[in-house]
Design a protein around this ligand. Structure first.
Ligand SMILES: [Fe+2]
Length: 314
């Protein structure tokens, strides 16, 4: 395993990355169309779809066919030397170790969160960035035209899965669980409605976020594009491919990222994003509790009325 330049916080037991998320949808062909239009490398792999980003061997998401769109499991990456300590921690707190689901056999630790969502801790390379990614957004140069013509605008290929936001019945309980068991740390919250968590070995402001709902579910996957220009172009390419519905352009307060969310065929979202706050391994981030109306977005249009609806609960 490559450990060169990998950041870590000594003495802290915590997962280092959100490794991948698995969910089901009723129509894999529709999913392949949507995510290819979004700019991902969609591969058919033994009866499921794998979501990859161009030039990167990491599988960020796995999609299987099911009756409805539904979050299935979330897999987290840990350092090899930490793995036995996670195993002892699970045993100590009395969490039952489960078998891997069919098609996802691994040597990881499988268990359920308080909402019943299956989780895995596995030994993997650290896929979360080890430093704040440099924006792919050079300053404009004087004396020459800087924008491409419309026909020369490039097709956008997101660089990596940055985070996911899931629904939970109880935000405080869930934050405690993911803090105590996986070693994620609170970045910011809005009371008992919304919470953001980062990985302690150096990660974006959030690798995982939770929104209160009547049932668990997957609200959105956020993909780092590297620039505001790519976010805008991404939204245009989705509209051209028949997916015009979304929310953006805007900028969040908590995490500071620029965003444009695209509505997927199941009324959840994929977010084009860039420039999210980064929390290095040696920084003790001060978590704030922010009023929702002052911390959702700095600027942008009003979100769609159903933006926070959990369609998996319907
Ligand atoms: Fe997001």
């Amino acid at each position: 395993m490559n450990t060169e330049n990998v950041s870590r916080r000594i003495g802290q037991l915590g997962v280092h990355s959100l490794d991948y998320v698995h969910f089901s949808v009723p129509d894999l062909e529709e999913a392949a169309r949507f995510y290819r239009a979004f700019g991902l490398d969609v591969r058919e792999e033994s009866g499921m779809l794998g979501l990859y980003t161009a030039g990167n061997p990491h599988r960020w998401a796995a999609i299987t066919e099911g009756k409805k769109k539904q979050l299935s499991h979330i897999s987290f990456g840990a350092f090899e030397e930490d793995f036995p300590r996670f195993k002892s921690r699970l045993f100590r707190i009395g969490l039952s170790e489960l078998d891997a689901p069919r098609g996802f056999e691994s040597n990881g630790l499988w268990f359920r969160d308080p909402d019943g969502i299956l989780l895995e801790i596995r030994v993997t390379e650290k896929s979360s960035p080890n430093a704040k990614p440099v924006l792919d957004q050079p300053p404009s140069i004087s004396g020459i035209p800087n924008a491409p013509s419309r026909s020369a605008a490039p097709f956008v290929h997101p660089k990596r899965l940055a985070h996911i936001l899931t629904f939970t019945r109880d935000v405080p309980t869930t934050l405690n669980f993911y803090g105590g068991v996986l070693g994620l740390r609170l970045s910011d919250r809005s009371g008992d409605t919304l919470g953001f968590m980062h990985a302690v070995h150096g990660s974006d402001h959030h690798v995982l976020a939770f929104l209160r709902s009547e049932a668990p579910g997957l609200h959105h996957l956020s993909w780092d594009t590297g620039s505001v220009q790519a976010i805008g172009l991404g939204a245009m390419q989705m509209a051209a491919k028949g997916y015009p519905s979304g929310w953006g352009l805007g900028r969040h307060v908590l995490g500071s990222n620029y965003f444009h969310y695209m509505r997927d065929p199941w009324n959840s979202w994929s977010e084009y994003a860039c420039d999210i706050d980064y929390i290095p391994a040696d920084v003790d981030w001060t978590a704030g509790d922010h009023p929702g109306e002052d911390s959702f977005y700095v600027w942008g249009q009003e979100p769609p009325k159903d933006f926070a609806v959990n369609y998996e609960a319907k």
